[in-house]
Write a protein that binds this ligand. Sequence first.
Ligand SMILES: [Zn+2]
Length: 268
Amino acid sequence: MKKKIIAFAIALILFISLYYANKIMVASYPYVREIKENSLTDNVKDYKTTQSEHFIVRYTMPDEKYVSLALEIAEKHYDSVTKDLDYKPPGKTVIIMYHDPEKMNTDFSLAKGDTAMGLYLNGVISIVSPELWISPTEDLEKVFEHDGPIVHEFAHLVVDDIARGNYPVWFTEGIALLEEYRENGFVWGEGVTGDKPYSLKELTYNFNQLDETLAYKRSFEIVKAISDKYGMQSIRDILKYLGRGLSLSESFYKVTGQDLEKFIDSVK
Ligand SMILES: [Zn+2]
């Protein structure tokens, strides 16, 4: 009899902890993230600092001439991105401008050999100096704003804040690309086509193994299709449910009454 009671108690505790695991995860997320955020900014504690109303840029001397442009671009898009996603970060957002991409990759734990002109991690945005990826023959101001990473990475930060870390990578990439599209008219992977569009399962469990351009393109198209059919409000509502610990499929169903997998299969 005693054994049965113990077994029952263990089963009950397991059930409760599984049920609450996501809720505990989202509740503790901001605190865990803050610790990680401090260790990211610690890596650049000797960098210079300039700030505007909503952003702080950390940089080294060779990039001093690009700091005001970076702040200008960030501030220019701040209102519409925060309105689009209906959320304003409580403090100023830190953007670290690296003149040494290898240091950026190490600080932001990007896998060796990978390259990125911008990254988002644990509440902090990093960007590679525009000088290192925009050729001197191009109009740096235009290219930095239109093709640069600031809007994209800032959208990742807002998504992470609202959803409290509870989202699949493809979904935040889709939202970041949607914001780039809404802000700068930038269409990811325009004209690129694959054999068969990626399914929800492939995107959710295999994102990093998929063809990068096609995976990003598919993520963008799905999120755009959601906003086209159900409006931007549906994206905002889904993010809020994620922040309460619901899964993406549950959140999507709550907001639209539809099955996410079926919806994605219908997006061609
Ligand atoms: Zn991204």
